[in-house]
Design a protein around this ligand. Structure first.
Ligand SMILES: Cc1cc2nc3c(=O)[nH]c(=O)nc-3n(C[C@H](O)[C@H](O)[C@H](O)COP(=O)(O)OP(=O)(O)OC[C@H]3O[C@@H](n4cnc5c(N)ncnc54)[C@H](O)[C@@H]3O)c2cc1C
Length: 293
């Protein structure tokens, strides 16, 4: 199938794009890498009357250091650029380790960092990472700009806090806390497929080696990227022993209500949550205590 007719604009500056978004409002959609949008238009699941193509806007394509050790990623930065970036590897190792797990090289050459965040696919890795790392999103419109914390940005199935005239222009990741470790663990039927479930852990230790802070998130388990507060609460203040991690991973199953579908039953996804949480937390704890993993 092909999409119904639509008007097409290809602005070369951000200001121009914001003006077009303001003019066309609800009927308009930003076109980034097109890896999801074009498919949904062809299936007529999305019927924009106007496409505003962001691909010629060079000012949205960058990976730069943020103050204090964080990372700034322009919305139109391709997945492949992030995958190859030494700065991203150094400052956001969880992102770096995850990039090769997202789709295939051809898709990573076109798909964008901002597009994945704005699309808010519940099976996508980057939204769940953004919540694990407590990143934030810069939303701009002709009316001005605002920052939205990751925990407030994802509001439901393919739904975000963006207004119809706003576009994502930057994603910011805060510096990794001292004595912290990270891990991504996922199960997909074939390499490059969306994961059935993926777990993302960021864990930091205090001077006595106890867990100071824990963030554990998942994709593939519900309507959006899911945070596991019970697992974090179970580990906080504890030494990250095998037993404590097992108990935290079991607690994570109470934080999610995974759907069943043709790919996996709800019960199997819940089982994966426990197994992947255990692996992610133990790897993150080992890294936080300086062990090579
Ligand atoms: C076969 C296949 C396998 C894939 N596997 C995975 C996977 O395993 N994991 C994964 O995470 N992803 C996967 N993807 C998705 C892919 O990685 C892209 O990240 C994703 O399609 C969105 O990025 P995009 O730049 O292509 O956005 P587009 O498709 O251009 O846009 C998607 C949506 O976001 C909106 N949008 C885009 N950019 C902005 C912006 N800056 N501001 C506001 N709104 C915006 C668009 O209007 C549209 O609604 C897969 C895709 C395919 C085709």
């Amino acid at each position: 199938m092909k999409p119904p007719p639509f008007a097409y604009h290809a602005p070369t500056t951000l200001d121009e794009a914001l003006q077009l978004m303001a003019e066309h409002g609800y009927g308009a959609k930003a076109l980034a890498g097109g890896q999801s949008l074009i498919a949904t238009m062809n299936f007529r699941l999305s019927i924009p009357s106007v496409l505003i193509d962001l691909n010629r806007i060079r000012e949205l394509d960058y990976i730069e250091p943020a103050a204090g050790g964080g990372l700034r990623v322009g919305a139109m930065t391709r997945h492949a650029q992030v995958e190859k970036s030494e700065l991203a590897a150094e400052r956001a190792p969880l992102v770096h380790d995850t990039m090769p797990l997202i789709a295939h090289p051809q898709i990573r050459n076109r798909g964008t960092f901002g597009g994945s965040i704005a699309h808010a696919d519940p099976a996508a890795e980057l939204p769940a990472i953004l919540r694990a790392l407590q990143g934030r999103v810069k939303a701009q419109s002709a009316r001005g700009e605002r920052w939205i914390d990751a925990d407030d940005f994802f509001v439901g199935l393919f739904a975000t806090a963006l207004e119809p005239d706003e576009i994502v222009t930057e994603v910011q990741l805060p510096p990794m806390p001292a004595h912290s470790g990270w891990s991504v663990q996922e199960v997909a039927r074939r390499h490059g497929d969306f994961a059935l479930v993926a777990a993302f852990a960021l864990l930091s230790l205090d001077d006595k080696g106890a867990c100071r802070d824990v963030r554990l998130t998942f994709c593939g388990v519900g309507e959006g990227p899911a945070l596991a507060p019970s697992a974090a609460a179970a580990l906080k203040g504890q030494q990250p022993s095998e037993q404590a991690i097992k108990e935290a991973a079991a607690a994570a199953t109470n934080d999610v209500d995974p759907p069943g579908d043709v790919h996996a039953s709800s019960q199997f996804r819940r089982h994966l949550v426990k197994i992947l949480a255990e692996r992610a937390l133990s790897t993150a704890a080992a890294r936080a205590s300086g062990k090579e993993v």
